[in-house]
Design a protein around this ligand. Structure first.
Ligand code: 5GP
Length: 120
């Protein structure tokens, strides 16, 4: 899938629309989700044109990958989530329920989160 530079997270990265920023460094931007489903719900996105974990892990440099995942861990630590814990989630593609086609990791925390998936 080709990267669509008109997606909402690309616009946030370019500063065209605002976000409630939590953290930023050379590799990543983290901001609060506009529709949180937990007391803490932060999105971490890489500063590059990647659709999903599929093309990110195939095409990003080692520095981009390391920098991004270090940022995910740092955000969680800085938010005080390392203890008692938290959840990270990445949705990929239509079966994965991905709405925004710019690779991102959700960080959920601030309460006991329950089972990983709803069993149907
Ligand atoms: P996905 O389903 O792609 O994994 O998650 C996309 C997430 O982006 C959703 O949790 C949704 O609430 C969030 N989101 C969509 N548009 C915006 C926006 O403009 N700003 C922020 N902060 N979050 C957004």
């Amino acid at each position: 899938m080709a990267y669509d530079s008109a997606n909402i997270f690309a616009k946030i990265l370019r500063g065209e629309i605002p976000c409630d920023k939590v953290y930023e460094d050379e590799w990543a931007l983290a901001f609060n989700d506009i529709a949180p489903v937990a007391p803490v719900h932060v999105l971490v996105i890489p500063k590059g044109a990647f659709v999903s974990i599929d093309d990110f892990t195939a095409d990003a440099s080692d520095a981009q990958i390391a920098g991004f995942y270090r940022a995910v861990g740092k955000v969680a630590r800085d938010l005080g989530l390392a203890q008692p814990g938290y959840r990270t989630l990445n949705n990929t593609g239509s079966d994965g329920g991905q709405e925004v086609p710019h690779f991102h990791v959700h960080i959920f925390g601030g309460k006991t989160l329950g089972p990983m998936l709803v069993v149907e």
